[in-house]
Each structure stands twice: as structure tokens, then as C-alpha cells.
Design a protein around this ligand. Sequence first.
Ligand code: UDP
Ligand code: MG
Length: 148
Amino acid sequence: MQRTLIIIKPDAFMKKIVGKVIRQFEEEGFEMLGTKFVKMTPEQAGKFYIEHKGKSFYEPLVKFMSSNPCLVTVWGGSNVIKRSRAIIGKTDPADAQGGTIRERWARDGRHNIVHGADSPESAEREIEFFFPYGEGLYKWEQREYIKK
Ligand code: UDP
Ligand code: MG
């Protein structure tokens, strides 16, 4: 089973659609393995988005993501990385396919409701970023938490 990291961004809280967003992932058949309510520091957000350092949107993105709490979630499922990116939709809602999370709820190409890891490598790095050693993630089959 593949795992991915999905962050429900502060704008989802502002719009009070956190539950609706979670529902999209549940309806796709993914299972939640763990979650954390996190207000990132600017340093943390900057580190999380390090791949974008130097781009014009980096600073405002870091500010947005550290301005208020996010709901960090880990999901498991078959091909979950690709399939979750598909239901999230393109970065800018103007380009996103109808029915995707971003097409339905994003305001613009920054305030776009969710983050989803885009490759197995970034998924594992991002999971480790928020859940070191996987601690706090639940193994449903074994009915136990991952231990350090
Ligand atoms: N972003 C932005 N302006 C842009 C492109 C991206 O503010 O022109 C923000 C947006 O919140 C996006 C995040 O930076 O989700 C990461 O960008 P990326 O290109 O990785 O998009 P994603 O993988 O989230 O679709
Ligand atoms: Mg990305």
C-alpha cells in the first residue's frame, strides 16, 4: 500500500470546508493513517517548500502556510499519490478539471485548499517531515501505531 501526505491548508479552515475536503479522500477509498493540527513557523514552512526557494511565489507561499493552522494528514491506498493528485486538480483553479477539489473550492493559484505530495520520494520526505520515524501513524491491519 502506498502512502502520501496531504495538507489541508489554512484557506480550507477559513471557508469551513475541511470536512468536505476529507470526504473527497474517503470517498476515493483511501484510509487515513494519521493527522496533526499544525501551525507551522515560517522557518518550518520555508523548509517544507524548499524546492520552490528562489521562485517569485516562495515568500508569499511561506507566509500563507504559516499564517494559520493546517491539518496535516497521511493517507494510504493503491496508487494514492497519483490518484490523490488527480482529485486535487491543477495548482491554479482556472486550469483545474471540473469536480476536482481545487476547481470547486480554490480561490487562486496560491490559496488552493490542499497540498498533495507529487512522487513517492517527496511523499516519504514529507511524511518524515511531520511524523519522524512514522511515529503517530496507525497500521490498520496490525491494529497498532508505528513505533520509533
Ligand atoms: N503557488 C503559488 N503561486 C504559483 C504557484 C504555486 O502561490 O504561481 C503555491 C500554491 O499554493 C501551490 C504551492 O505554491 O500549491 C506549491 O506549488 P507547486 O507548483 O508545487 O503546486 P502543487 O504541487 O501544490 O500543485
Ligand atoms: Mg507541489
